[in-house]
Design a protein. Structure first.
Length: 454
């Protein structure tokens, strides 16, 4: 049965659409999320999109609900956490181990659900099964899966609501690996707990899980931290970068593939600003806003134009305006200082948001103009088109028999691909490359716009 898609009346080429479009991003597993400058939340790829459905795939960004007060977002392998402008905490997705924090186990939340009533959440981070958060009073809270001690409460018992770790009010930043946690306190000390199979805790060993936060060394100049599947990383106040844990794909960046069991400085550079870990990859941005990546690269995860692992930091593009980077299992998202969003890597479920399922080995622009159109019944009396996606021909539904003066197909940059001035009821797109396109229809003094996938 053919689906009819709602006609949207939008100004595709307005320069204001792109200005400072995105302000926050999150990716994990095969899902991607981003918050626009207007506070709306968007989701694509494969996962729980908060749209009232179970696990499903989206090739382009679709809005999550209608709220426009989202502040920050964090994604795990199975669940999503978001903080709103009022500092309330919200969760959705699979809740097998209590990672949604709503007091239940083995449930699925298909729409954003407020967790508790507190309105003082500052930041959150999500692993595979566990979640960690810091409140405005600098207290540390955890919940979810705990079989490796990744919650740090001294047990290996799952928790389905947030519980406080200790009584101190001095936690500054957090990062979650798949089964371990890294954190920095306001006094500049660094701490870690959870799974330690590959030395990711950083206490000179690779044995035994750590069920309580463990202080690493005596240094008091740690600034920020990150974590991947089984490796950890941190930057000091002097701009040096330190790495430890698993190194099977070169994710420690030291030119080798053997694990390191304690924080070890990477190179001699003193201008590292932010750092982020994915599965077996590492990413960092320097103070000059250049982007660097190393580690596993089979799907173009690093964005350097190849599929070869990199054992040392490799600069990604020559751009000097990168602001923030985050990613999923084998795909990567990055924001530039002007609010542009770029993606690359694996794309089997559309997690890159470009309307295709083709992997990309270099950064690919995710346009604000390609925001998803939800499939609904067409309004009576409106133009519509079908099928979508299309292979050879797109047909127009024209219930009022209005005159169609002109039809144009444009790529996502606004470049015209084809044009017809006929009063046609279809357009042939057989020669187009696979991807997403804009279709503009001019009829009796009005312009109508659609989006379709070839």
């Amino acid at each position: 049965m053919k689906k009819i898609f709602t006609l949207l009346l939008i100004a595709f080429l307005s320069i204001n659409i792109q200005a400072q479009c995105w302000k926050a991003i999150a990716g994990e597993s095969d899902i991607s999320l981003a918050i626009r400058a207007d506070g709306t939340l968007w989701s694509w790829g494969n996962g729980y999109h908060g749209n009232g459905q179970n696990l499903n795939s989206k090739l382009t960004a679709e809005q999550v609900g209608t709220d426009n007060n989202w502040k920050s977002i964090a994604a795990g392998s199975f669940n999503i956490l978001g903080i709103k402008n009022d500092n309330t905490l919200w969760a959705w997705g699979a809740n097998y181990n209590g990672q949604c924090g709503n007091g239940t186990y083995n449930t699925i939340l298909t729409t954003p659900t407020q967790i508790g009533t507190d309105n003082n959440w500052k930041t959150v981070s999500v692993g595979v099964y566990h979640c960690v958060g810091i409140k405005a009073d600098s207290t540390l809270w955890v919940w979810g899966g705990n079989y490796s001690g990744q919650l740090g409460d001294g047990t290996n018992i799952d928790k389905n609501t947030p519980i406080q770790i200790g009584t101190s009010h001095d936690w500054k930043s957090i990062a979650t690996g798949h089964y371990h946690t890294v954190a920095i306190k306001t006094d500049g000390t660094i701490w870690a707990w959870g799974n330690n199979t590959y030395g990711q805790i950083g206490d000179f060993s690779s044995s035994n899980n750590r069920y309580n936060p463990e202080k690493l060394g005596t240094d008091t100049d740690w600034k920020t931290c990150g974590a991947g599947l089984n490796h950890s990383m941190a930057i000091k106040n002097n701009g040096t970068l330190w790495m430890w844990g698993a190194n099977n794909a070169g994710q420690l960046g030291n030119g080798a593939t053997t694990a390191t069991y304690n924080p070890t400085q990477l190179g001699t550079a003193t201008n590292w600003q932010t750092v982020s870990g994915e599965t077996d990859q590492s990413f960092a941005i320097k103070t000059d806003s250049t982007l660097w990546a190393w580690g596993y690269n089979a799907y173009g995860d690093l964005g350097d134009g190849t599929n070869s692992n990199k054992l040392t930091p490799t600069q990604i593009t020559t751009n000097t305006n990168w602001k923030y980077i985050n990613g999923g299992r084998d795909h990567t998202l990055a924001l530039k200082t002007n609010g542009d969003l770029w993606s690359w890597g694996r794309n089997i479920f559309g997690q890159l948001g470009d309307g295709t399922t083709t992997d990309k080995i270099t950064p690919t622009f995710v346009s604000c103009q390609t925001l998803g159109i939800k499939e609904t019944a067409a309004d009576k009396g409106q133009f519509s088109f079908y099928p979508n996606p299309a292979t050879d021909v797109i047909y127009f539904a024209n219930p009022n028999n209005q005159t169609i003066n002109k039809v144009m197909v444009l790529d996502l940059s606004g470049r015209k691909i084809l044009e017809t001035n006929e009063n046609a009821n279809s357009v042939n797109i057989q020669h187009l490359e696979k991807g997403m396109y804009q279709l503009q229809m001019f009829s009796e003094g009005q312009q109508h716009a659609f989006k379709f996938v070839k």
